[in-house]
Design a protein around this ligand. Structure first.
Ligand code: PYC
Length: 321
């Protein structure tokens, strides 16, 4: 008998793994589900309703972990664009993902699919332009980002009243400066518990983004550790894992709030550390609503491999939640 991949019923999925400033991305380049035509939002909905087992197989245990973000490459709806991209994680689907965009562009470059080292990416929440720079970093122009509510107070059991802003950066964020612990990895567990309590309090209080969209990310801001940077953050993602990078959509949401408050000017370079001390550089361009953030960071490839989904494996679609 040959290896499992030769057995009938074993599905092979080619993936390229990378990390962006510490946060992992797994790009599915071959063997993903056929999602038909239409916008990435429509295809994301089909992914969710008809192929959610594939999401779990690719990013949850035993092949993945809670921190991993998946990115499915798809033919674009408009052939003028480079590719379609749908991001997913251990519990569902993300509108946009900044670190994942940097990982996906680095992957496209590795695959030789980045003509002129530029990409226009269709995501479920809009078009994102990206560029592979000569220094090896990737810059991308995110979807327009804006704050919808300033200084909202929520009552959080065990922590009291916590104030923060509601902002969109491709995902919905609660942005707070209330850091009950130092923003260091040593306090990751306590910061996670605090952020989960804030998310639950927001849901109880009916605080949402536009169109009643649930707020799924909490971003806690504090001072930078290094003088060349302006801020540091901790970001809790849906599914309970914290972002090891400074979070591209979180950096976008925070920058939109800082520009709205006049604390950062359009065109000014603003550098934010994540929980590991790795940095995203951000610059705001004007937009009809809020700003268009340009985010820059680096990704490094970690694997080019095939996942094997053996039909006889009772855990083929991941360990049940
Ligand atoms: O970089 O935008 C981001 C992100 C969202 C969730 C994890 N990373």
């Amino acid at each position: 008998m040959g290896p499992p991949a030769d057995r009938p019923g074993t599905r092979r999925v080619r993936v390229i793994d990378s990390h962006t400033e510490g946060e992992p991305t797994r790009v599915v380049v071959e063997g993903g589900p056929a999602l038909g035509d239409g916008s990435m939002a429509a295809r994301r909905d089909r992914f969710r309703t008809q192929h959610d087992d594939f999401r779990r197989a690719v990013v949850t245990e035993p092949r993945g972990n809670d921190t991993l973000v998946g990115a499915l490459l798809l033919p674009p709806a408009d052939p003028a664009h480079t590719t379609g991209l749908i991001f997913f994680n251990n519990v569902g689907y993300l509108g946009m993902c900044g670190h994942g965009t940097i990982g996906a562009v680095t992957t496209l470059d590795y695959l030789g699919r980045l003509p002129a080292r530029r990409a226009s990416l269709e995501t479920p929440v809009g078009l994102v332009d990206a560029e592979m720079r000569d220094d090896g970093r990737v810059s991308f122009r995110n979807v327009p980002s804006y704050r919808t509510r300033k200084d909202v107070a929520v009552d959080v059991p065990d922590y009291g009243s916590v104030r923060g802003d509601i902002a969109w950066g491709g995902n919905w964020f609660f942005l707070t400066d209330r850091a009950p612990f130092d923003l260091t990895r040593r306090h990751a567990r306590e910061l996670t518990e605090f952020s989960e309590a804030v998310l639950a309090a927001l849901a109880r209080a009916g605080v949402t983004g536009d169109d009643a969209a649930p707020i799924e990310h909490v971003e806690i801001s504090g001072p930078a550790e290094r003088s060349e940077n302006q801020a540091r953050n901790f970001v809790l993602c849906p599914g309970g894992a914290y972002d090891r990078s400074p979070c591209g959509t979180g950096t976008s949401a925070k920058l939109a709030a800082l520009v709205a408050d006049g604390q950062v000017a359009l065109g000014e370079v603003w550098r934010q550390e994540g929980i590991l001390g790795t940095v995203f550089e951000a610059v705001a361009e004007p937009a009809p609503r809020g700003i268009v953030p340009r985010i820059t960071g680096a990704a490094y490839l970690t694997a080019d491999s095939e996942l094997l989904l053996d039909v006889r494996d009772p855990l083929r679609d991941g360990v049940p939640a």
